[in-house]
Ligand binder design. Structure first.
Ligand code: SAH
Length: 231
């Protein structure tokens, strides 16, 4: 069943007017008829089963579903080539990430010129992925950061995925509360950059014996978390 996020709040409402984008998608893309059922998540994160009625959505009932992970995960994700970065945004959203912080790493090939338009694009990818995966939360992408802001995004547990470390691993079973992990760009971290993370309380960890591409590394951590907390 199709799901959409809307800006407004539907608490105590019986129906609402569909915004143009949802209207277009339901009638012209999906070719839905009147009475088609769909899902709406409002700005309070509440989920409603709705029925299509012309230009309106009739609220059938509120749904109680648990789709979110019991641990809040933030990734500080180095900017990598556009299509690979977009791929990460989509897949990390499907896997239940809470927050994605694009990071201008020292070796990032991509340099962002227009931050606002990039962020808009990133957020759109996450919104669509959240709709598709029936989440009730769209991952937050507050800003693009550099090394000076990393400590703002720390959690209960903080890890730096660093392939030069080969003996320390994430103990997934022990995690609780929140977690931040950092993934480097295609060329890896510069040594002093890695040291800055470590000095700021990020623990260097290995993601196994093979060197993974940045996007594989980013997904590996989230998939493991899913396996431990939901498997
Ligand atoms: N240093 C390499 C590889 C970079 S891989 C090179 O120069 O090509 C991109 C990123 O993925 C790394 O910065 C790291 O964050 C993560 N990564 C990949 N494989 C890893 C592993 N085995 N252990 C920890 N992190 C890994």
């Amino acid at each position: 069943m199709q799901q959409y996020f809307i800006e407004g709040n539907l608490k105590d409402k019986l129906s609402f007017t569909l915004d143009d984008e949802i209207y277009h998608h339901l009638y012209h893309v999906l070719r839905s008829n009147n009475d088609t059922l769909f899902r709406i998540v409002d700005n309070g994160g509440s989920l409603f089963l709705c029925r299509l009625d012309g230009k309106r959505g009739i609220i059938v009932k509120e749904l109680e579903e648990k789709r979110e992970l019991p641990i809040e995960v933030t990734v500080i994700l180095s900017l990598i080539k556009n299509e690979r970065f977009d791929f990460c945004l989509q897949k990390l959203t499907e896997l239940g990430i809470k927050r994605i912080i694009p990071y201008q790493a020292k070796r990032s090939i991509i340099k962002i010129k227009d931050e606002e338009s990039k962020l808009r694009r990133y957020r759109k990818i996450c919104k669509e992925a959240a709709e598709q995966s029936l989440r009730t939360f769209i991952p937050d992408i507050p800003e693009i950061i550099d090394l000076s802001k990393i400590s703002q995004y720390k959690s209960t547990f903080n890890y730096l995925a660093y392939e030069k470390n080969d003996s320390n691993y994430i103990h997934y079973q022990k995690l609780h509360g929140s977690l931040t992990y950092v993934i480097g760009p295609e060329g890896g971290f510069e040594e002093d950059e890695a040291m800055t993370f470590i000095k700021n309380g990020f623990e260097a960890v290995s993601l196994g014996r093979r060197i993974l591409r940045a996007e594989t590394a980013a997904l590996y951590v989230m998939a493991n978390i899913g396996g431990v907390f939901e498997g």
